[in-house]
Design a protein around this ligand. Structure first.
Ligand SMILES: [Zn+2]
Length: 73
């Protein structure tokens, strides 16, 4: 079992990018797209910054899944 825990920075490759959840932010901004978390299926916002994280090979997950995975649980 290889679990990596590290503080994320903008320079990270791979890992997990977190998307704000719609339940926390009901009204997204104009440039946010409503999507669903690939892990739990709940509604969350795909924000423009995610394109950068995905280009680095990150998986986009909702905030709660990102926290869970980020903590290696
Ligand atoms: Zn999720």
């Amino acid at each position: 079992m290889n679990v990596k825990i590290w503080p994320r920075t903008a320079a990270d490759r791979g890992g997990i990018a977190c998307m704000p959840m719609r339940k926390n932010i009901p009204e997204g901004r104009d440039d946010w797209n409503l999507t669903t978390c690939p892990s739990c299926g709940r509604e969350c916002w795909e924000i423009p910054m995610l394109a950068v994280a995905k280009a680095q090979g990150a998986r986009a997950l909702c905030t709660e899944c990102a926290i869970r995975k980020g903590m290696g649980v």
